[in-house]
Write a protein that binds this ligand. Structure first.
Ligand code: PEP
Ligand code: MG
Length: 375
């Protein structure tokens, strides 16, 4: 695996002496997590869990859960997913021993897990022993005009709390077991797409009730945090209310950019190049944080959140977390950390150190100027 070595590693150590902003990584697998640690990541800022439901037998259990018609059937399918999910988290916690790991609950709309191809639908129906019409009807029922604005994020966990229960159980059973094996674990459970305090309150209640059950069964507890993504503009505006039920915020600037501009993340490529060429926009806002607009929401959300809860931890985990200009902005706003893909961790460390040095130099210049003016 590539890692930092020799002069470059020494240079990066020197860089870190001038860095106050934390740098975490977005990683969904133990391999990515290990790579990121070699690059200097101080934790995981975003572990997306959706990729974990596609491999091997998992996708069949996932589809069974989605196609289930009763709560009991759904729970039975989720029980099949639990051991896999727990193994995933054991691997990630191990790779990140001693460091915080933010795990995000299931985010995408459920139709993404169902086959849209006729033949595959037929095979699925056979595998589950149900009529193919049932599969087709479900695919039809889950169709949405705007899936990114639809039944996804915490809206899933609220309407199907059993999904949140399974994921919480997997996270905390893995954490308790590793603690018993002598591994230091710092799980942080993150709820996606929250727009109201009530949404987070609901999910927090499900998480806490599940946690108590797990701790009682295991005869052991672990400390864990519950927090939220701030990726819906409303969440930034009412951040004070949301912070009352969140121990941390992580700005999901991919969705926050999409929802603030009203540009689809998936389709903006059709006109953004034209916009940039004709100077309607300076940069691609999905690459470089739009400081004037989206950035205001980041600043406001941070200020209002911390006003309600001074100990609130605040980070960012959108693509912008690995973009130097955006990292400098996050430093200025006073975030605790940025989180980016493993390969961008060194760039983020450097950008964070440069931002700090620039700020210190400015303070020194101002002090000298003030001294000169008063003498
Ligand atoms: C985001 O929206 O910025 C984010 C990090 O989540 P995702 O890209 O998975 O929607
Ligand atoms: Mg998002």
């Amino acid at each position: 695996a590539p890692s930092l070595s020799g002069d470059f590693a020494r240079f990066m150590e020197w860089v870190d002496a001038f860095r106050t902003l934390g740098v975490r990584t977005n990683a969904d697998t133990p391999q990515d997590a290990r790579k990121a640690v070699e690059f200097g990541a101080e934790g995981i800022g975003l572990c997306r869990t959706e990729h974990m439901f596609f491999e091997g037998d998992r996708i069949l259990a996932m589809r069974e859960m989605i196609l289930a018609s009763t709560l009991e059937e759904r729970k039975a399918a989720l029980a099949k997913l639990l051991p896999y999910q727990k193994e995933d988290f054991r691997g990630i916690f191990r790779a990140m021993a001693g460091k915080p790991v933010t795990i995000r609950l299931l985010d995408p709309p459920l139709h993404e897990f169902l086959p849209h191809d006729e033949k595959e639908q037929q095979e699925l129906a056979e595998a589950l022993g149900i009529p193919v019409e049932t599969v087709r009807a479900k695919v039809e029922a889950l169709k949405e005009f705007n899936p990114m604005l639809g039944h996804r994020g915490c809206r899933l966990g609220i309407t199907y709390p059993e999904i949140t229960e399974m994921q919480t159980r997997a996270i905390l059973e893995a954490a308790v077991e590793l603690k018993q094996e002598g591994v230091e674990v710092y799980p942080e459970i993150m709820v996606p797409l929250v727009g109201t305090r009530e949404e987070l309150e609901h999910q927090r209640r499900v998480i806490e009730e599940t946690a108590e059950q797990v701790f009682q069964e295991k005869g052991e507890r672990v400390e864990y945090l519950v927090g939220t993504m701030i990726e819906v503009p409303r969440a930034a505006l009412v951040a004070d209310q949301i912070a009352e039920v969140a121990e941390f915020f992580s700005f999901g600037t991919n969705d926050l950019t999409q929802l603030t501009f009203g540009y689809s993340r998936d389709d903006a490529g059709k006109f953004l190049p034209y916009y940039i060429e004709h100077k309607i926009l300076k940069d691609d806002p999905f690459q470089t944080l739009d400081q004037e607009g989206v950035g205001q929401l980041v600043r406001l959300g941070t200020e209002r959140g911390r006003a309600a809860r001074p100990s609130l931890k605040v980070g960012i985990c959108g693509e912008h977390g690995g973009d130097p200009a955006s990292v400098a902005f996050c430093y200025e706003v006073g975030l605790d950390y940025v989180s980016c893909s493993p390969f961008r961790v060194p760039i983020a460390r450097l950008a964070a150190a440069q931002a700090h040095l620039r700020a210190e130099a400015r303070k020194a210049r101002e002090a000298v100027a003030a001294e000169a003016a008063s003498s």
